[in-house]
Design a protein around this ligand. Structure first.
Ligand SMILES: [Zn+2]
Length: 458
């Protein structure tokens, strides 16, 4: 029997096991679920041991445990690092769920439960693909495999990031596979090949040493809120173009192949953006909405704090004002360089009588995967065989920090192969996973690993 036939023969059991996994309420954000996190990690450990993975272990961190396993006996073969997360988002508003979030329910070909799509169901696809391969090849895999699963993705993923930084040698691999994204449409398999990075800062403008009365001091001192507003207004023009010198200078071009692939899906993606925003899209001239979202950098203000904002009035000139600002950056741009450009620009506009502090809160690198590398091509081929349709190479305007870590610390590309669908309602009530995609995902991962076995291409 082939591994694919074996997987097909086990559909009922695979689904029952996924339901068991989904019943564990592993909500990382809520301290009362602390023990459920360990239960979920232990579930994975037991499962990985049972299917024949080696070096299976829980790695303690200051947060939730990491689950690690490997199988490294395919000499001369590449090594794949599978990543997934076993934690889930909270369930509120709970009254909007049509079935309880931790009692998986099958309906209309979907499995409804918190974590079904993000990310327990997708992580389980990897494990069931490995199980099928191990079962049909007398405990062997076509290529070397490592698995790393974390329980803190929904709360920042700080400890997995630290682990990757400190143990790059122990995780040495040739490419990574992350299934934590969505397909553009149910019939278009999608590979993410670009992610924007981010630089998030707080800008603090300090003026008088204490809050002052505007009746006594108004007209004689700088008001930090006013100064902050003036600075913010100089960061971008009314056509959405960022005015920081050098900001756009190092952007890499989008390859022709990638741009071609965008044409087929542009309408779909832009319509989804429009529908959800409730306003017309608007942005930089000479760029399409898709380019603005995926391959152009931008800058946004998220909040301004200072002075008095309660009900009623208070005539205060605040001693300080703070703004939270982020810049989404694209391949070619470097977070530290962008931070320096912003800092220089703001300081050059600082008025006398104020001091300004710019604090980096966090940043992550943009990611770009070569559409032509052997792993991307194998993944595209596997997806096309299983889904019977051409793969879309897409980008995301958001960031996936672990992928940036893999690129930065392990120096490997990540295949972002998502089996979720646009209407999966991840992070919202009634999250679901297409059961068909669960099974197709298993087959695609099997084909990918088999295709990368050196003899397969000899
Ligand atoms: Zn996720």
């Amino acid at each position: 029997m082939s591994a694919i036939d074996y997987a097909r023969s086990q559909h009922v059991r695979f689904l029952l096991e996924l339901k068991d996994f989904l019943r564990i309420p592993s909500i990382s954000a809520l301290p009362e679920h602390k023990s459920d996190m360990v239960t979920a990690a232990e579930f994975l450990r037991a499962e990985l041991l049972r299917i024949g993975m080696e070096n299976v272990q829980l790695i303690e961190t200051e947060g939730e445990p990491l689950v690690y396993a490997d199988w490294l006996h395919a000499a001369g073969s590449p090594t794949c690092l599978f990543y997934g997360h076993y934690d889930v988002q909270p369930t509120d508003p709970i009254e909007e769920w049509e079935s309880p979030p931790f009692e998986p329910a099958e309906q209309h070909g979907n499995l409804y439960a918190r974590g079904a799509s993000d990310d327990k169901g997708q992580l389980y696809i990897h494990i069931k693909a490995l199980e099928s391969l191990l079962h049909e090849n007398s405990g062997k895999l076509p290529i070397n495999v490592r698995l790393l699963m974390e329980g803190e993705e929904e709360v920042g993923g700080k400890h997995v990031s630290q682990f990757v930084r400190e143990h790059s040698e122990r995780l040495r691999s040739d490419f990574a596979v992350v299934s934590d994204t969505k397909m553009v449409r149910a019939d278009i398999p999608s590979l993410y090949v670009g992610l924007r990075g981010i630089v998030y800062v707080e800008i603090e403008v300090n003026g008088p040493s204490v809050d002052l009365h505007s009746g006594i001091y108004g007209g004689n001192v700088r008001n930090p809120l006013m100064v902050l507003a003036q600075i913010i207004s100089q960061l971008k023009d009314e056509k959405e173009r960022v005015l920081i010198p050098g900001f756009y200078d190092s952007i890499s071009d989008v390859s022709v192949g990638e741009k071609l692939s965008w044409q087929n899906i542009a309408d779909e993606v832009v319509k989804a953006l429009e529908d959800q925003s409730g306003v017309g899209l608007f942005g930089e001239e000479d760029f399409t909405p898709l380019e603005r979202a995926w391959s152009r950098p931008t800058l946004d203000v998220h909040g301004i704090v200072g002075g008095f904002s309660g009900t009623g009035t208070k005539t205060v000139i605040p001693a300080k004002a703070v703004a939270k600002i982020s810049m989404r950056i694209v391949p070619g741009m470097q977070p530290q360089e962008v931070l320096k450009q912003l800092t220089d620009f703001i300081h050059s506009r600082r008025p006398i009588g104020t001091s300004i502090e710019i604090r980096e809160v966090y940043s992550s690198l943009p990611v770009l995967i070569d559409v032509q590398n052997v792993f991307t091509r194998s993944a595209a081929d596997a997806l096309e065989r299983v889904f019977g349709n051409q793969v879309a190479f897409v980008r995301s305007g958001g960031s996936i920090p672990i992928v940036a870590d893999f690129q930065d610390c392990l120096e490997i590309p990540t295949l972002m192969i998502g089996f979720g669908l646009p209407d999966d309602r991840t992070h919202a009530p009634n999250e679901k996973l297409s059961i068909d995609n669960f099974f197709k995902g298993i087959e695609a991962i099997i084909l990918l690993l088999e295709d990368l076995r050196p003899s397969a291409n000899a």
